[in-house]
Design a protein around this ligand. Structure first.
Ligand code: ADP
Length: 646
């Protein structure tokens, strides 16, 4: 993915800051939360402890009071007298009743005091309805025998109120005999007041008591009518009951990692809670507060931290954007500059003043652009000069070519004219020459006798000259016909042409006793077969004619193919040619010997040259005087169809 530098910087900076801030914030949040949790728990702990202590103190004080009451002289005496069968029983009971009235303490919600005889029958009570009831099976009667007793929270049979009953045995101090039991009914209100003191517990904190079966015995802050009806089956309640059971068995409470926990309370709400207990009554004291309230400060902290993280990331983005712009702007300018240079704008310069490496780079860049610009200018200059030169050269060359063409055409025309002229002259000269020769003949034959010997000698010279001239003209005609009367140039098998020539010359060859050799294979060339025969005929005839008197003449015909050319050669072991004459011998009527030595007209090689040139080839000679000569000539071969590779 392509991303601009500054976008990348901004993204990385934002991510980096966000990561750091997130980690720090998270750590701070966790520390704050666990600190707060500790604090809340220890607060709850102390509240629970205080409430438990308060309840305990209340119960202790009530136990002391009931013990005191049980030792009240009036009560003891009255009961003793009743036991002993005193006659004024009714008076005694009335006295006891009035005695009991003095024990009522509304401030402690002590709403009824009863006195039972040693059989468990209510002798006297502040509530007259209870007098005469048999309480012998009631817990507070049975329990009182072992010292002051507290009957657990219950619904009072007579009032229906939530109550506890404290009782103590009235004993004859002399004999130690049980005289009766004094009992005090307390409304639960006192305990409720202790437990519903919610100072320091905020909006949702509460403390309440549960009995040893887990039933709530003081009011709930949230629900009504829970007394002995709501069984608190929460984690903390179970822990509390388990601890108390352990203590009952005189074991140590279960070791827990933390006595305080976060759990779902009896409403199903998440709360922080701790437990304590009132060992006297096997009551559990539970102190709880809603987690939402307890953790409200950290929730606020969390919001603040999130806000802080967001703001930090945003400001990091902003700053990095600003920094990135500062860095990437010059880079962008460099980039644009490079593009413009690339597009050929060599005069473009960068004006970057960042005072850092980028400025140096821009400086170097400008220098490079300047050098490029200079070298381009010089290159353009050179190209322009060179172009001008070339244009001039081309113009001159064209002019020269035109001149050459014109001259060539002129040359061709004059050549043609010359050829025509030669042919016409040669042709036309034959007739007068024949006449000179014929009339010379007539003169010798008819008037020979009248002409002195000297005159006849002259006539013979005239006749010889006429014959020679005839020969010359014949040769000239042959030469002229090469261009004008030549046949078609077409594929010709050199082997066959040579065979025919040798056939025609067989008598000549045999006379000289010459040895003629041929290669096995000879190429097919593009040629006028008749003229090719003339070339071989002339070259072989010369090889035989200019043989050395010292040795048997040997003529070797050779051929090799080089590309699309065939190079033929005719080699002899004859007298050879001086090097300086190697070119001259191809001229018309050029001979190196007197006619008396070697006969001939000096036209053979000129004819060969003219034929080879007509075929677009070349002819030349190599020789060593006294050893022999080689004549080479080149012709074009027939283009071969490409051989198919297997
Ligand atoms: P001709 O043979 O009629 O004299 P050519 O034109 O054929 O005329 O030859 C020109 C001259 O080149 C010859 O007179 C001869 O001196 C020389 N010449 C040609 N062929 C040979 C050869 N094979 N060896 C030596 N000299 C040669």
């Amino acid at each position: 993915m392509k991303m601009k530098i500054h976008t990348r910087l901004v993204v990385w900076a934002a991510l980096g800051v966000l990561a750091v801030v997130s980690v720090v914030s998270f750590a701070a949040y966790r520390i704050a939360r666990s600190g707060l949790k500790e604090e809340v728990f220890s607060h709850l702990q102390s509240v629970a402890q205080a409430r438990a202590h308060h309840v305990q103190t209340f119960l202790e004080s009530q136990k002391s009071l009931i013990s005191l009451t049980a030792r009240d002289i009036g009560l003891v005496e009255g009961l003793r007298r009743l036991r002993d069968g005193a006659e004024d029983k009714a008076t005694i009971v009335r006295d006891l009743n009035s005695e009991l009235k003095g024990e009522i303490d509304p401030s402690q919600h002590l709403y009824e005091v009863l006195l039972l005889d040693h059989h468990g029958e209510v002798l006297a009570s502040t509530n007259p309805d209870d007098i005469g009831l048999d309480k012998s099976a009631d817990a507070y009667f049975v329990g009182a025998n072992d010292g002051p007793y507290i009957k657990d929270a219950h619904h009072s049979e007579t009032t229906g109120k939530g109550s506890i009953v404290l009782s103590a045995a009235v004993v004859d101090s002399a004999s130690g005999e049980l005289l009766g039991v004094v009992a005090a009914r307390h409304d639960m209100v006192v305990l409720n007041e202790i437990l519903t003191d919610r100072s320091g517990l905020g909006q949702t904190g509460e403390t309440y008591l549960i009995n040893k079966y887990g039933f709530m015995i003081t009011p709930s802050r949230f629900l009504n009518d829970t007394f002995l009806k709501l069984k608190v089956d929460t984690e903390i309640a179970r822990d509390c009951l388990a601890d108390m059971a352990a203590m009952r068995r005189e074991q140590l409470p279960v070791e827990r990692e933390h006595p305080a926990i976060v759990f779902a309370d009896y409403r199903g709400k998440s709360v922080l809670g701790v437990h304590n207990h009132v060992s006297e009554m096997q009551w559990g004291v539970l102190a709880e507060i809603d987690a939402s309230e307890a953790f409200a400060p950290v929730a606020r902290l969390r919001t603040a931290l999130l806000l802080f993280a967001g703001l930090s990331a945003a400001s990091a983005m902003g700053m990095s954007y600003f920094i990135a712009r500062r860095i990437s702007q010059p880079i962008h300018e460099l980039h644009v500059g490079a593009e413009r240079i690339g597009a050929g704008e060599l005069n473009n310069r960068l004006d970057i003043r960042t005072g850092d490496e980028i400025e140096q780079l821009a400086h170097e860049f400008n220098r490079m652009a300047a050098r490029l610009s200079e070298s381009r200018a010089s290159l353009e200059r050179k190209v322009a000069e060179r172009t001008a030169d070339l244009t001039r050269e081309i113009a001159e060359r064209k002019q020269a070519e035109e001149e050459l063409e014109r001259l060539n055409a002129e040359l061709n025309r004059s050549n043609r004219d010359l050829q025509d002229f030669t042919y016409t002259v040669s042709h036309d000269l034959q007739e007068p020459l024949r006449k000179i020769h014929a009339f010379g003949q007539f003169l010798v034959e008819d008037c020979g006798d009248h002409v002195p010997e000297e005159g006849r000698e002259h006539l013979r010279h005239i006749q010889d000259a006429a014959v020679r001239m005839k020969d010359l003209i014949r040769h000239l005609l042959t030469l002229a016909r090469v261009g004008t009367r030549g046949g078609e140039i077409e594929p010709a098998a050199a082997g066959q042409v040579i065979q025919e020539v040798l056939q025609d010359m067989s008598e000549q060859v045999r006379e000289c006793g010459a040895a003629v050799s041929l290669p096995d294979r000879l190429p097919t060339v593009l040629a006028d077969a008749v003229q090719l025969g003339q070339v071989f005929q002339n070259l072989i005839a010369n090889a035989l004619k200019f043989r050395s008197p010292d040795r048997r003449p040997e003529v070797a015909i050779g051929a090799r193919v080089e590309g699309d050319q065939a190079v033929f050669s005719v080699t002899d072991n004859g007298i050879g040619i001086e090097e300086r004459f190697l070119e001259r011998i191809f001229g018309v009527f050029q001979r190196l010997h007197l006619r008396e030595e070697y006969e001939g007209a000096g036209v053979g090689l000129a004819l060969c040259k003219k034929i080879v040139l007509r075929h677009g080839g070349r002819i030349w000679a190599e020789s060593e005087l006294g050893k022999g000569s080689t004549f080479h000539f080149i012709l074009r071969t027939v283009p071969q169809p490409e051989e198919k590779k297997p």
